[in-house]
Design a protein around this ligand. Structure first.
Ligand code: BGC
Length: 416
């Protein structure tokens, strides 16, 4: 029998996400800017002026609101707020406060991330997340930022701590791999066996998160959590033990940190097979999207179920989900499947509070501009924004989920 009840609960957030470094442009005080511009940079391309969202954010947000979305996730750039240790830039704080006000003014719920991969250059030079005072440094930044976030309803402290812990040391590993490559095999560098996330860095990040949660809880009623990169791991026959080990080291230990949080952000794009030797590289046939990842709309449903299981029932916000494709019809097909897998999880009783598509705009994909994830295309010469059909389509899904069903209208008429 068809289930006529809408799956998504009242207040479910429908929105899109970005991060500062990937969209704003000229993030010159950050570690990534430095890496991109270094003479022996490991990256193919630079962020440069990005898509100039530092100046054009009102237009970005207006396009989302006009399409029918009601939430926008963006990040505050630590490198701008604290360009030198202990020096906080009041103008930059005012800039981000203006972004929050603009979102509210357009009817968008701001979902604010405090740290999305980039750090101030000075922080990186002092050892980054590997240094003993890293958590205290982050806490000092969060204390300053808490002055502008009192009325923000959702705050993500740290984006993908598991990727941060994994990327620590990756540039060195990548250059070694480049050197050894011919003797190894012909897999692309992106698929060269990734290291396990660093244990020491994970502990520092968890400490930094806990400190941020305490600071913010004292100043706001916001829901506070961090966001975890979900891998959608699947065991090959006989690899169940390897799966359990890898899943814990890459993902579940970060979900465990969220057990006592207000929510956990789930960020899912695809799945990855685990063989007896660990994570498997994608075969050419599996590399179906512009990032070389398999087309797996069901991944987000699997990831939500895993997060619910491991956290023991912490509320979930899908803080990122999307696809890099040159064909917007693929984006709609992918997202249709993703929403169906979320809806099935909600019907099974899992508490999912919203869906934030990655990404609002095409943006700088950490070293390259090729993969296009945006609901909105951007001309990088003129910065002109061109909404793709998927933006209107996602807005329609949001509107439809807010519209009461015939059954609900009848029920409310009966109770009057
Ligand atoms: C990150 C984004 C990134 C996206 C697609 C996530 O890991 O948070 O910054 O652009 O995945 O690769």
């Amino acid at each position: 029998m068809t289930n006529l009840q809408p799956a998504f609960p009242d207040g479910f957030l429908w929105g899109a996400a970005t991060s500062a470094h990937q969209t704003e442009g000229n993030n010159t005080n950050s570690n990534w800017w430095h890496l991109e511009t270094a003479p022996n940079s490991p990256f193919q391309e630079r962020s440069g002026a990005a898509v100039d969202s530092y100046h054009r954010y009102p237009e970005d947000m207006r396009l989302l609101a006009e399409a029918g979305l009601d939430a926008y996730r963006f990040s505050i750039e630590w490198a701008r707020i604290e360009p030198a240790p202990g020096e906080f830039d009041q103008q930059e704080l005012a800039h981000y406060r203006a972004m929050i006000d603009t979102a509210f003014g357009l009817g968008l719920t701001p979902v604010v991330t405090l740290h999305h991969f980039t750090t101030p250059m000075w922080f990186a030079q002092r050892g980054g997340w590997g240094s003993s005072d890293a958590a205290a440094r982050f806490a000092a930044y969060v204390t300053e930022v808490s002055g502008i976030t009192a009325d923000v309803p959702w705050i993500c402290t740290i984006n993908e701590p598991n990727m941060i812990a994994l990327l620590t040391g990756l540039p060195e590993r990548a250059s070694n791999a480049e050197r050894e490559r011919s003797s190894l095999d012909s897999r692309p560098i992106a698929d060269f066996a990734l290291p396990t996330p660093s244990d020491a860095v994970t502990r520092v990040l968890s400490d930094a998160h806990r400190r941020a949660v305490d600071i913010l809880h004292a100043t706001t009623d916001a829901k506070i959590g961090w966001t975890v990169s979900a891998q959608g791991f699947e065991a090959e026959p006989g690899a169940e033990r390897a799966l359990a080990e890898v899943k814990w080291a890459w993902e579940d230990r970060y979900l465990e940190v969220s057990r006592d949080d207000d929510f956990v952000g789930v960020q899912s794009y695809t799945t990855r097979k685990i063989g007896r030797d660990g994570p498997q590289a994608y075969s050419p046939a599996e590399q179906q999207t512009m990032t070389g990842w398999p087309f797996r709309p069901d991944a987000v449903g699997l990831s939500i179920r895993n997060a619910w299981d491991i956290t023991g029932g912490t509320a979930i916000l899908v803080t990122e989900n999307g696809i890099a494709t040159a064909d917007d019809r693929d984006r709609i097909e992918y997202t249709t499947g993703a929403l169906a897998s979320i809806e099935a999880a909600v019907r099974d009783g899992i508490d999912v509070r919203g869906y934030l598509h990655w990404s609002a705009l095409d943006n700088f994909e950490w070293g390259e501009w090729g993969p296009t994830f945006g609901l909105i295309a951007v001309n990088r010469e003129t910065f002109e924004r061109s909404p793709r059909p998927s933006l209107a389509w996602l807005g329609d899904q949001a509107r439809a989920s807010r519209t009461p069903t015939v059954r609900q209208l009848l029920e409310s008429a009966e109770t009057k």
